[in-house]
Design a binder for this molecule. Structure first.
Ligand SMILES: Cc1cc2nc3c(=O)[nH]c(=O)nc-3n(C[C@H](O)[C@H](O)[C@H](O)COP(=O)(O)OP(=O)(O)OC[C@H]3O[C@@H](n4cnc5c(N)ncnc54)[C@H](O)[C@@H]3O)c2cc1C
Length: 228
């Protein structure tokens, strides 16, 4: 990974457990980025020469000129990524990779988004990039209303109220309740690995969508670390 070097220029809690971290880096000027793409951040607690340390992947919430914003969900378990987001402050250096990834918008008659807190970051960037005349639908499941990040009104919110985000039947049920056009659109499913497989099975099995119309990206799973 060719590394870029930036400085944190703002940190703001934009939802109960979501920190938006603004990073400015001259090297970001002229890089290519598509909404939905992510960067890999060096999340080591202390910079040791020659030691790469743990890296964690975060979707880019916004990208302008020499500045990107990432939004990191504080999931409450021990992990270098969430610890990094709590620790990092304005003026501190950040090392990260160039924007990458295939979880990006495709051509389709309409777009469907489903996931939880972690997925809402990529969804925000993708939804903002959609032309106004292209319909969008979606469900984002978060723990409480205070966990919502700013997303367009096309997104329906569902609240877990303490239930686990993993293997979430309630997210599948909420997607099943959506009134969608008769023809398949393009679906973007991200977040907890087993939940998105369940939503995928619903779209392909119950709604008869072609597999190729369902784009999935597992972001995390209980007991696994640093999925990419
Ligand atoms: C392409 C991609 C894009 C991503 N974009 C974002 C993003 O924009 N924002 C974001 O916050 N994360 C995002 N993630 C997830 C992120 O990379 C980390 O996995 C996450 O921050 C956890 O890292 P950690 O080091 O804190 O915990 P880890 O060491 O990776 O995991 C420790 C344990 O914590 C638990 N855990 C991890 N995540 C959660 C969770 N969300 N809820 C409940 N328990 C959890 C699991 O049991 C896990 O075994 C993305 C992942 C990928 C692959």
């Amino acid at each position: 990974m060719a590394s870029l070097h930036g400085t944190v220029t703002a940190v703001e809690l934009i939802a109960r457990r979501m920190r938006r971290i603004r990073i400015t880096a001259t090297e970001l000027r002229g890089q290519s980025w598509k909404p939905g793409q992510q960067v890999r951040v060096h999340a080591a607690a202390a910079a040791e020469p020659g030691h790469r340390g743990p890296r964690r992947t975060y979707s880019v919430w916004s990208y302008q000129d020499d500045t990107i914003e990432l939004c990191v969900f504080d999931h409450g378990e021990a992990g270098p990524g969430s610890a990094w987001s709590r620790r990092i402050g304005v003026g501190q250096p950040v090392t990260f990779g160039r924007p990458e990834g295939k979880f990006v918008l495709r051509q389709g008659p309409y777009h469907l988004f489903a996931g939880e807190e972690t997925a809402s970051v990529a969804f925000g960037a993708m939804l903002r990039a959609l032309p106004a005349d292209v319909p969008a639908y979606g469900v984002v499941e978060v723990d409480t209303p205070e966990d919502r990040v700013p997303l367009p009104d096309s997104i329906t919110w569902r609240f877990r109220e303490g239930a686990p985000a993993a293997s979430s039947r309630t997210l599948v049920d909420a997607v099943a309740k959506l009134t969608l056009p008769d023809e398949p659109g393009i679906a973007y499913l991200a977040g907890e690995a087993r939940t998105i497989q369940m939503v995928r099975r619903h779209l392909v099995g119950d709604r008869n969508w072609p597999r190729g119309n369902v784009i999935t990206k597992p972001f995390w799973s209980p007991g696994k670390t640093g999925m990419d």
